[in-house]
Structures are given as structure tokens and as C-alpha cells.
Write a protein that binds this ligand. Structure first.
Ligand SMILES: *Cc1c(COP(=O)(O)O)cnc(C)c1O
Length: 318
């Protein structure tokens, strides 16, 4: 059954988050572990995955302060742009998306959706976009609106982090068992970092960056975690990005197809397939090592991104 977030309120949001199902996955792809997946891709088909958690407090605050426009930024395949556009349409905000790069002749499927949801797209040169962290970025790109609320790229602000803490509380409340490890894909690193704030007293968090800028992501994770001394509860796995953001190779695509066939769960090639692939590699490694203990229970958090599957290159190298 498809569920939608129909109301902009914390109560309604938490109710929806509590209904997110967990699924047990038994497959030889992940030998020696008890694997579960939390399906946050199902919290809403359009305001999906971790982006919904990062948006909720931003939207509530914008509403409280009477702001009628949400301004944000991202690339042509940004799940955050997609979710923000959908949320604006659903809850009655005007939305403006500042998009990296020149406007292409043919918009990506994701940006077509965003326009269809009513978002105004403003394309800016990459050299300008690079300054998105600077205080006068919005003035520079002419997007300093009358009465707007700005959400940084990827939803990475304190309101976003607060939403991720809601995610942890809900996981803690609804999880089918105590997990030894919680695995998730990292873009900005906010979701992993903010979860680490609420660091499970039992269990560790493992993040898999899907970009090659691993060191920067690790730093961001630490910054968002902002808690000293819990590093041993936190691991960032390098070298699992398959060539960089949204890059794929045939081994990854084959793995993704197999995984989807086995589990019936949709995995995108940008985030979730790379996450699962890194986990499978770790399982193989541990399983075939001499001191394999096995029996670890692991929760994979499905952070969404399913709409991004449309960006999978039809032909891929290798
Ligand atoms: C954005 C995104 C992430 C990364 O979240 P961060 O908080 O930026 O690290 C992970 N998975 C999916 C599907 C995403 O869309």
C-alpha cells in the first residue's frame, strides 16, 4: 500500500515514520549475517527517504515564521531537489531550485518532475554554484526572495540534523531487534553524523560515501556528530564509490539487478546499490577470514532515491 504524508505536522510525520516497515533479507550475497532493511523509501513516494527527515523541521519552521517560499539548491539528479519540490506542492510553499550548471536542452527526469511539482528552476554556472556556502550566494544568483526560507544543498543544516534525530528515535522505538551495526549511504554525511549524535549505546554506525571526496565527507560526518569520544562507534568505509558520484560499472549494475530480484526492494545505483555492495564485500571478507564469528545483526537503512534509477546509463562501461 502506498502511503503519503498528507499533513505538515510533527505528529503526522512521526506517525508515518513509525509505520515504515522492516524487512528481513536472507541471501548468499550477505553470508554470515542477519540482515534487515528499514524501508524509509516508503515513507512517501515523492518526499522520500532521508530527505523527508531533513526537510520536516525546515518546513515546520518556515511555516511557523510565515515564509511562503522555499529556496534550495542541487544538481540535476538531486533527490533533495525532488523531495523539496514535491513537499512544496503538497504543503503549499512556492519552491525555487538553484541548479548547478547550464540548463540542458533536455531536463533530467528528476528536474522534469520538479518543474511539474511547480518548482521554479534557476540554472547557474558551475563556477558560481561552487560558492553556494557563501553568505551572499543567494544575492549573487538573484534568488534573494521576499519571504523565503533557505535550505542548503542536501538539506544539510541544523534543522535537517534535528529531523535525523527523529529518525533515530523512531528506529530505536520500532526496530525488530537490537542491531550490532547500522549501515547507511553518505552524501553530505549529515545523516550519518546526526545519527551518531544519538549514538546507539549498543551497536555501531557504518557509513559508505558514494562520492570520491571521502576525506571531506568523513570530516562532515565528524562535524555533524559533534560528539567527542564516540568515534569507535562510527566507521566510514572508503573506496566503495565505484569511480565517483553516480558513476557505475557493470559489476555494480549486475549486483543491483541481482539484489532487486532477490529482495523485491528497489535499489538506486547512486546510493543504495553502492551501500549494499560495500556490505556484501565486508560480509565476504569477514566470512572467509579465519576468525569469523558470524551471527552479526545488521540494519541497512533504505534512504530512498528510487526515482534516481531513471538516471542509470542505458549503456555502461566495462
Ligand atoms: C541524499 C541521500 C543520501 C545521503 O544523505 P546525506 O545526509 O547527505 O549523507 C543517502 N541516500 C539517499 C538515497 C539520498 O538521496
Amino acid at each position: 500500500m502506498i502511503r503519503y504524508l498528507t499533513e505538515l505536522s510533527m505528529d503526522a510525520f512521526i506517525k508515518a515514520a513509525r509505520k515504515v516497515p522492516y524487512q528481513n533479507i536472507q541471501s548468499e550475497l550477505f553470508p554470515g549475517i542477519d540482515l534487515w532493511i528499514r524501508r524509509d523509501d516508503l515513507i512517501d513516494p515523492l518526499i522520500s527517504g532521508n530527505k523527508s527527515y531533513k526537510l520536516i523541521f525546515n518546513l515546520l519552521e518556515a511555516r511557523k515564521q510565515g515564509r511562503d517560499t522555499i529556496v534550495t539548491c542541487g544538481g540535476a539528479w538531486s533527490n533533495h531537489i525532488h523531495a523539496t519540490a514535491a513537499a512544496g506542492q503538497r504543503f503549499g510553499f512556492k519552491t525555487i531550485g538553484i541548479i548547478r550548471g547550464e540548463r540542458p536542452l533536455l531536463l533530467s527526469a528528476m528536474l522534469q518532475d520538479a518543474e511539474r511539482f511547480g518548482m521554479e528552476l534557476r540554472f547557474v554556472a558551475r563556477s558560481v554554484y561552487r560558492e553556494r556556502g557563501s553568505p551572499d550566494f543567494l544575492r549573487k544568483v538573484g534568488s534573494f526572495e521576499e519571504n523565503f526560507w533557505f535550505v542548503p544543498e542536501g538539506g544539510a543544516n541544523e534543522y535537517g540534523a534535528a529531523g535525523v534525530q527523529v529518525l533515530w528515535n523512531v528506529i530505536d522505538e520500532t526496530k525488530p531487534k537490537d542491531f550490532d551495526e547500522y549501515w547507511l549511504a553518505c552524501g553530505t554525511g549529515l545523516t550519518l553524523g546526526a545519527l551518531a549524535r544519538e549514538c546507539p549505546y549498543k551497536g555501531r554506525l557504518v557509513g559508505v560515501p558514494v562520492l570520491s571526496a571521502q576525506d571531506a565527507i568523513t570530516q562532515e560526518v565528524a562535524r555533524w556528530a559533534s560528539v567527542d569520544g564516540n568515534q569507535r562507534k562510527l566507521e566510514v568505509i572508503g573506496g566503495a564509490h565505484h569511480g565517483g558520484y553516480a558513476k557505475v560499472n557493470s559489476a555494480l549494475v549486475r549486483f543491483q539487478c541481482r539484489l532487486e530480484a532477490i529482495t523485491g526492494v528497489p535499489f538506486d545505483h547512486v546510493y543504495m546499490a553502492k551501500l549494499a555492495h560495500a556490505l556484501a564485500a565486508r560480509c565476504d571478507e569477514v566470512h572467509s577470514s579465519k576468525d569469523a564469528k558470524g551471527g552479526k545483526s545488521i540494519l541497512l537503512v533504505h534512504t530512498g532515491g528510487v526515482q534516481g534509477r531513471r538516471g542509470l546509463p542505458q549503456r555502461h562501461p566495462g
